[in-house]
Design a protein around this ligand. Structure first.
Ligand code: SF4
Length: 171
């Protein structure tokens, strides 16, 4: 016990700070650009339906972080909704498993026009580690039309927000 306590005392805290100022500043800047675009093009409110079409859940952890008290994405006018019928954008992680293929098509068809789709993560973009196989359709674009891609394994919250800005800028 004494040996362990001595070691803890000598080593000290070795983890990185929870959030660096740099992360915070970049996210705030990106968020304010996003807020302006949403105010101009979507009357201040932009609805996203997230669909996990077969991911490892790594991408979902970063997407969920957008709603935590630090990132708090709702203050920029972005809301995650429970139904594709209420969504402006489908945020889809992949690869698309064969089991999710029909459900993804149904969700796409249920989303009102004009709809947007972003494929998230390297798996969503091209199938990533998993590719195409008897169990996987690979990229999201192999199943439904895609308007944008956010690469990364997984992409960070700031990269996710930048990807949303890219698609809003083109619209
Ligand atoms: S891109 Fe990486 S984190 Fe995202 S689903 Fe694929 S393996 Fe998981």
């Amino acid at each position: 016990m004494l040996k362990t306590l001595t070691k803890i005392f000598k080593v000290g805290i070795v983890t990185e700070p929870l959030f660096s100022d740099k992360t915070s500043t970049e996210f705030e800047k990106t968020g304010s650009i996003c807020k302006k675009l949403i105010a101009t093009k979507f009357s201040g409110s932009f609805a996203i339906r997230q669909i996990d079409a077969g991911s490892c859940n790594g991408c979902e952890l970063e997407i969920h972080a957008l709603n935590n008290p630090f990132y708090s994405i709702e203050r920029f006018g972005i809301h995650f909704v429970a139904s594709p019928r209420h969504a402006d954008l489908l945020l889809v992680t992949g690869p698309v498993s064969r089991h999710m293929q029909a459900a993804l098509i149904t969700a796409y068809e249920a989303t009102p026009n004009p709809k947007l789709v972003i494929a998230v993560g390297d798996c969503g973009a091209c199938g990533g580690e998993f590719g195409c196989s008897y169990a996987s359709c690979g990229a999201v674009s192999n199943v439904i039309p895609v308007n944008g891609i956010i690469s990364g394994c997984p992409p960070t919250p700031t990269e996710l927000l930048r990807g949303i800005i890219n698609i809003l800028t083109k619209k």
